[in-house]
Design a protein around this ligand. Structure first.
Ligand code: HEM
Length: 477
């Protein structure tokens, strides 16, 4: 009995010694290759993961930045990381030296979205897809979506009338899903849309769950739902081909694409990109919309001014909103930009160094993760005076270069940014010209899931207001 314990203890000591020797060897090797940035790597193996997740992540990064400066190292989620909190460093990684840093995502997430999706790639395949995604989301393409987006948001809002308590984020997700589908797949048959919605929501739930293949686990359910999504998309593609429809939505662009050898994209590549773009579009835009509703609610004077701007547009032309009108909403547009800055929906991103890279005398070792910290840059008082104050007027002057990157920067920057902004302008237009609302509860915190959302998704009640134009129509009939 005692001998068995002795053997366990011995094995434990030997393993510890072995790992220690490897760590010391690696450390010596790193020291030979260059000077690592300052910072702490935390506890063996778990690094500083607990510190990161036991507090507001922005606070974790801000404290580090205060202590170590614009570049520092840490160890989180099993990865050695270099964090970059200056505009120049973000530009270095995302733009000027982007070829030295590849996108990196956990394998479990790649499996769920689909390994051929645009954001997992770089090089020729990425360039090809990016052109296709960009052209389907260009200003020229999305200008035709105004009436449909307005109809989607009006339909959603009408369901909330009468003071029903809603979870604002969940409702905004419904809108951004519909708009995403519209831009990606056009006007889908209702039964296809229902199938997509049902299965996509299971994938969405499993995305942030523990990645285990155990039957019945949220991750396993999500994998199965992802297979069903491929089947639905295959049916949609089949029908398109049969009817020889030439649509300009993303699916149309993907179906028509041929590379220089005349090769078309496979059905799996198309499905992965459709799910990928939908994924990139939904929670991000819904989160931004939820914050706009909160910020407007918390700033009554500003809300009145936005209402006045939007009601004037409505008065000028009592028909549905048109593209030109969406280009002339200066105050609302600044509210959108300031909401994106304040909320910093994508707080940071990940890349991986594909070679040893030197930045300002520091070594970023090959294989290490690199994280440009968008939120810290967008909340730095050096670039944005009184950064915690919601002040759209700060956008009367353009921000300094590389200090405002809500949609990222460089080769992987967001191709959906114009669609997202258009959607926000239209939703705000519909909301402030037709509704008043009250936020329920007075919590002010942020919930990360993983995008920042107001606590509990911002519970709120909405009431339809009788507008003067409605009243006028009523008296005339
Ligand atoms: C407020 C809403 C949105 C925000 C804040 C946002 C933010 C971002 C950011 C920061 C990136 C770059 C990530 C990185 O460099 O690692 C990105 C990439 C991307 N976004 Fe968005 N996004 C939004 C809406 C959308 C929409 C509506 C679509 C499509 C309809 C979309 C599609 C994409 C795609 C496909 C990529 C990957 C691009 C590539 O890898 O080349 N996004 N987004």
């Amino acid at each position: 009995m005692e001998l068995r314990y002795l053997v366990y203890v011995l094995m434990f000591l030997l393993t510890t010694l072995f790992l220690y020797l490897i760590k010391t060897r690696d450390q010596k090797d790193l020291n030979r290759r260059g000077r690592l940035p300052p910072g702490s790597m935390g506890w063996p193996y778990i690094g500083e993961t607990l510190q990161l997740y036991s507090q507001d992540p922005s606070l974790f990064f801000a404290t580090k930045q205060k202590r170590y400066g614009e570049i520092f190292k840490t160890h989180i989620l099993g990865c050695q990381c270099v964090m970059l909190a200056s505009p120049e460093a973000a530009r270095f990684v995302l733009v000027t030296q982007a070829h030295l840093f590849k996108p990196t995502y956990p394998e479990s997430k790649e499996r769920l979205i689909g390994p051929s999706a645009i954001f997992f790639h770089q090089g020729d395949y990425h360039t090809r897809l990016r052109k296709l995604v960009q052209s389907s989301l260009s200003l020229n393409s999305i200008r035709n979506l105004v009436a449909d987006i307005e109809a989607i948001s009006a339909l959603a809002f009408d369901k909330w009338d009468g003071g029903l308590m809603i979870n604002t984020f969940q409702e905004m997700k419904k809108i951004s899903f519909e708009v995403g589908i519209l831009a990606i797949l056009g006007h889908l048959e209702p039964h296809h849309k229902e199938d997509l919605k049902k299965n996509y929501s299971i994938v969405d739930k499993g995305y942030n769950s523990f990645p285990t293949n155990f039957p019945g686990s949220p991750y396993k359910k999500a994998l199965l739902a992802r297979q069903r999504l491929s089947k639905v998309l295959s049916d949609v593609i089949g029908e398109r081909k049969e009817k020889k429809l030439l649509e300009k939505d993303l699916l149309g662009c993907l179906l028509n694409s041929k590379d220089e050898k005349g090769e078309v994209l496979t059905e799996d590549q198309i499905a992965d990109n459709i799910i990928g773009v939908l994924f990139a579009a939904q929670d991000t835009t819904a989160s931004a919309l939820t914050w706009i509703i909160k910020y407007l609610h918390d700033n009554p004077k500003l809300l009145e001014a936005v209402k006045a701007e939007q009601k004037a547009i409505r008065k000028l032309n009592d028909k549905p909103l048109n593209w030109n009108q969406t280009r002339k909403m200066p105050l609302t547009y600044k509210v959108v930009l300031e909401s994106l800055r304040m909320a910093s929906i994508i707080s940071f991103t990940f890349r991986e160094a594909v070679a040893d890279v030197e930045y300002k005398g520091y070594l970023i070792p090959k294989g290490w993760k690199v994280m440009p910290l968008f939120r810290n840059i967008q909340h730095n008082p050096e670039f944005f005076t009184d950064p915690q104050k919601f002040d759209p007027s700060r956008f009367e002057v353009a921000p300094k270069p590389n200090t405002f990157m809500p949609f990222g920067s460089g080769v992987h920057s967001c191709p959906g940014n114009e669609l997202a902004k258009l959607e926000m302008l239209i939703v705000v237009h519909n909301l402030v010209t037709n509704f008043r609302w009250e936020v329920v509860g007075s919590e002010n915190g942020i919930q990360y899931g993983p995008f920042p959302v107001p606590q509990r998704g911002l519970p709120a009640r909405f009431w339809k207001e009788s507008t003067s134009s409605n009243a006028l129509q009523f008296t005339m009939t």
